[in-house]
Each structure stands twice: as C-alpha cells, then as structure tokens.
Design a protein around this ligand. Structure first.
Ligand code: WT7
Length: 590
C-alpha cells in the first residue's frame, strides 16, 4: 500500500461553502450530509413522474410531456457560426422531433436500429437525435471533426442502418460508404438549400419533413431499452461503444438539478461540450431538458471574446465547461474579461480532466465564482464525484460522491483501502445512467466489474473528509525511484509557472530510477525556449512540488496532442517519445 499526500491538499486553501445569504439562488441541495441520508435515485424518478403513460422514452420526458407553461419556454437558444440566431420552445421541438420521427418510420426504421448523426452543432442535430429516440432507435452522435476512418470504424462496429449528415460533411462519409453496406439511407440536412442532386440512397431532410404530420405517438419504451451510444478510447484497440438506456435520464436529470443546480424558471444554461461526446448529450440535451431548462448552443469554435459575448448576450447563469477551455481563457488574459458584462453568471462547473487548482483560483479572481469540478466518464453517463454548490471546495479535489453513488478506492485485489491510500477508483454500478455494455464487446464490459464494483480505470485517493483526489489513469502513474508521482500534480505545478501555457507529463523509462518525469511544455506568447528557461521551470517545480517529482527532462513543443474532449493524450506523447506506434488517434483533436 502506498500512502501519498497530494500537494494540492497543503498548497491551496479551501474555498469555504458560501453562507446561505450569499447565494444568488438558493441551491437545491443545501446540506450534503443530510441530503445523502434520504436521497436515492428513485426520488428523482418520482419527481419526473415516471413511468409516463408510454414508459421511459427520453424524448417524451425531455421534450413532449412537460406541463403547458414549460412547453412555451425556450428549450434551445441557438447561435450559428455565421451569427444567425434561432430559438425553439419545447413546443417547437415537440413538432420538429415528431416530423423527424415520421421520416425515420417512413424509411422503415425498426426498434433497435442504429442511427448515426454526423452533423455540425445545428438545431437539426437535436431534432434528429430526439426524433430517432421517438422511434426507439439506438442513436450515435458523431463529432463533426471526425475523419473518414473514425466514422467507418463506428458504422461498421454498430452496423448502422441510417446516417444523418450535411452537404459540408458528406464527402467524408461518401468516401467510406462503399465499405459500409449496412447503411441503407443517408439523410442530408441542407440548411442552405443548395444540394440539388441527391443520389439514390440519399434523402433530403427538409423536403421530406414538409409532408409528414407534426405529431407522433411515441411507442411504449422500457427503462432498459437502449437510447444512446458513445465511443470512447481504450488504452488498447479501437474505440468501444458505451451503450446507455432510456432510464439514464433519471440520474442525468438528478445531477442537472443538484449539481448544475438548474432552476429552470430562471436559469439560462450553457454547456460548451459538443454532442459528439457524452457531456454534450447527457448535459447538452437530456438532463437539463428533462427539467425543462433553457439551453444555449453556440455552433462556432472557441474564441475567448466570442465565448464571453455569448455569456453576456444570452445572460448565461450556469456554465458547464472544461479545464482546457478554462486554461485557454486564462491564456487570453484578464483584460478581455473586463470587456464584457458577465454579471449574469452564478454557477461555474468543469469536467473532462483534472481541474488545476490554479484555474479555480483564477476563476474566482476574474469571474467572482469558483469553478466546481465534476468527475465522471462516458461509461457512467452522469456526474458521479462532484463539488456541489453548497460544499467546501478543496482546489484539486474532484469532490464527493453524488447521493445515491457509492465510491471507493480499491487495492489490486479489489478490496477497499482506508483514507490516505492511492488505488483504483471504483463505483457501485447503481446509477440509472451507468452503461449497459460495450457494443459487440460484452467481454470487455464484464472485465470492468470486480467484486461488485465498476472499475473506472482511474487512480485516486480519498481523504478523511470524504473528498476524492485524482491521480491519473491506471497506466499513467509514474514510478520514479520508488516514489509514485501523479502527472496531474506535475502538470498543475508547471502551468503555474508564468511562461507555461500547457503541459503534458509522462513517465520515461530510465535504467536507474525506473522512470523519470518528462514534461512536454508549450509556452505562452512572448516566451522563447531556452536552457535557462528549462532550468527555471525545473527549479520552480522542485520548489513547489517535490524534489523527486520535478521533470528531469523538459521538451518545448508548439502544442500538445489532445482528445476532442480536451484531455492531453499522454499515451500519445509517450508513444511518440519512445518511438512506439501511436495507436488509435481518431479521438485526437485537429
Ligand atoms: C475520464 C473519462 C465525462 C466527461 C467527458 C470525458 C477523466 C473526467 C475528470 C475530472 C479528473 C477527469 C478521467 C475519466 N476525467 N473528469 N473532473 N478530474 N479526471 O469523458 O472521455 O469518458 O473520460 O476523463 O480519467 O476516467 P471520457
């Protein structure tokens, strides 16, 4: 057993839970301990009035079947890359998703058929996803930046029958379609109206939905019926498709209430994640809309000025984003923050990778709010370990388990370890949104469960107060001269150095020390690589972190390889460094 103390615990002060009077809006959960005693997921199931007359269909729950006053509320507030703005109420979405459902039905879609949605972040993406869910398809949203091979692997794995795409993205699909005989029809969403010559296997979306009814009777849907599939990279092999049920909506709604703290009658919520990834569906569609909340979707790419303008223009109150974005905002500087009125913001959250303590401290300084880190995975389908609004935030900690979640740190024999020990982060697989299988890989799915625990693949520790601290993926931890070093700790420290924009840290094999810590570092504008700077950074880390944990090697790079969800791909850094095959890079960002 290895006992560790994370630097974050000692280095950064705790942000204490605000007094009741300090909240702009009283949080749904005002006392974590008391709440945990009585809460279980079925509380939310009841609040959602489940089962409905037709069971558990996500489209019914999120779109069709809200009280009349909610149906009139904006559900989707959209701004396109070109500045175009559109607003859809729940009533509007009910009509549009019904038309999409008819389109699929008329094509012959059967329950359980796989539908892939390969679209830009446009309103039709949302309509098509829910339309397909109404027909009981299993829906796979694909990130618009995917290349042909990533699309092909997924279609082939899933034997998808229908793919929805746009004229701009279609060429990447066309090139691999001959190798994908399962695909019967390609539905083309042509917002510009410029695509005039569809091929025999193509269906024009807007032409087709003109002539179908705008009401659709959603068939009875069981809680265990499949709804969404998201592919996630493993350490080996091709990405695996994690399959979720319609029932997942229960814990997605619960966490949207208690973690995002959405008060639908007054909040404007912005999730910056793309629906090609699980955050963009669980919290860009299902959870918030199950509560009847208004969601902002911005189609365009990241730019600090644009993001701040979106918050200002739409008076965003609750903002769910990612550490990479926060670091880019930090890089853009404090001055740009002052150009916009961000006073509507009241609750800030983050997910996807460790949230550096530095980013939390900076957020508090420039926005006046603490970023609340949340931990979960594609497989868990909803947030599991969380910094709740009414909880002390210890910068660097992922927080505490959601009520209804049991988490533990296990040893290598899958037995729970006491606080203070570093081990496997494991969860009891109880949340309604926990995945049900990896498509075609039931064996790999089963291998993720030990002694009744779901093994997350992360390493973490638990402190005496019940807070979880992240170390890295099981295979990322560096062992240098018998000391375990979490790359996150080193990266966090590195980015505190004034010259460092981003850092990725790996363990590099070393004959003497087993491994040494090696850092890949990109510099902020205005800094140039030099040996002096290297030494300065090394000294800096030695002083802040630990003598054994400072990077003995530093390599300056232009940028770091990252996944679409913003995680630095240490695996890739390592493979490149050692001259090994790079493996699957389909989730790599451009
Ligand atoms: C892995 C899951 C579900 C969000 C999108 C990513 C890492 C996620 C945190 C966090 C430290 C985090 C873990 C996890 N991760 N959130 N708050 N702190 N690490 O989903 O691609 O399935 O990745 O991302 O390693 O296992 P994903």
């Amino acid at each position: 057993m290895t006992t560790v103390s994370t630097t974050q615990e000692t280095h950064y002060p705790t942000f204490h839970k605000p007094a009741a009077s300090e909240f702009a809006v009283k949080p749904w959960m005002d006392n974590y301990e008391t709440f945990c005693k009585t809460y279980d997921w079925n509380v939310t199931e009841k609040e959602l009035r489940l089962p409905r007359a037709n069971g558990y269909n996500k489209a019914t729950i999120c779109i069709d079947d809200h009280p009349p006053e909610v149906m009139k509320r904006p559900a989707l507030v959209w701004e396109g890359t070109d500045g175009k703005k559109e607003i859809y109420t729940f009533e509007d979405l009910k009509r549009e998703t019904s038309k999409a459902a008819h389109l699929f039905k008329n094509l012959g879609l059967q329950k359980g058929d796989r539908v892939f949605v390969f679209l830009e972040r446009i309103p039709e993406l949302y309509m098509v996803v829910f339309g397909a869910l109404k027909t009981q398809a299993l829906v796979g949203p694909l990130f618009a930046a995917f290349g042909p091979d990533a699309i092909k692997d997924r279609i082939q794995d899933c034997q998808a029958r229908y793919v929805v795409t746009s004229p701009a993205l279609k060429h990447r699909l066309d090139s691999i379609l001959p190798e994908c005989p399962s695909v019967e029809k390609v539905i083309v969403v042509d917002r510009e109206g410029s695509y005039k010559s569809p091929q025999a296997h193509e269906v024009l979306y807007f032409d087709t939905i003109k002539s179908v009814p705008d009401t659709f009777e959603v068939p009875y849907t069981d809680k265990d019926d499949y709804s969404i599939i998201h592919y996630t990279s493993g350490t080996t092999g091709k990405p695996k498709g994690a399959v979720h049920r319609h029932y997942a909506v229960v814990s997605q709604a619960a966490t949207s209430k208690y973690v995002l703290d959405l008060h639908p009658e007054q909040d404007i919520y912005w999730c910056t994640a793309d629906p090609g990834w699980v955050t963009g569906t669980s919290y860009g569609m299902f959870g918030p809309w199950a509560l009847g909340a208004t969601s902002v979707v911005y189609e365009g790419p990241f730019k600090a000025d644009t993001w701040y303008r979106i918050i200002q223009d739409y008076k965003v109150t609750v903002w769910y984003t990612a550490p990479t974005a926060i670091r880019m905002l930090m890089k853009a500087g404090d001055d740009v923050v002052g150009k916009y009125d961000l006073s509507s913001l009241r609750h800030l959250l983050s997910v996807g990778e460790p949230l550096n303590p530095e980013a939390i401290v900076w957020g508090k300084k420039v926005y006046g709010h603490v970023f609340h880190d949340t931990w979960w995975q594609t497989e868990t389908g909803c947030m599991h370990i969380i910094n709740f609004p009414s909880m002390d935030v210890k910068p660097g900690s992922m927080g505490r388990p959601h009520p209804g979640v049991e988490g533990a740190i296990l040893d290598d024999n899958w037995n729970p370890l006491p606080p203070g020990s570093e081990g496997h982060l494991a969860l009891r697989p109880k949340a309604p949104s926990i995945f049900r299988t990896y498509w075609n890989r039931e064996d790999v799915y089963q291998s993720r469960f030990k002694n009744g625990w779901y093994i997350t693949g992360d390493r973490a520790s638990l402190d005496e107060d019940g807070y979880f601290w992240f170390f890295g993926r099981s295979d990322d931890i560096i062992n240098t001269a018998g000391h375990l070093v979490g790359p996150f700790e080193v990266e966090s420290t590195l980015i505190e150095h004034p010259a460092v924009a981003e850092a990725g840290v790996i363990g590099k094999p070393d004959p003497e020390r087993m491994e040494i810590v090696k850092a890949f570092v990109s510099l902020k504008n205005g800094y140039t690589p030099s040996d002096e700077l290297k030494e300065d950074i090394q000294r800096f880390v030695r002083n802040i972190l630990a003598a054994h944990a400072y990077p003995r090697e530093i390599e300056f790079v232009e940028s770091l390889p990252k996944t679409r969800s913003g995680k630095i791909m240490r695996r890739l850094l390592k493979a490149r460094d050692l001259g090994l095959p790079e493996g699957d890079t389909s989730t790599l960002e451009d």
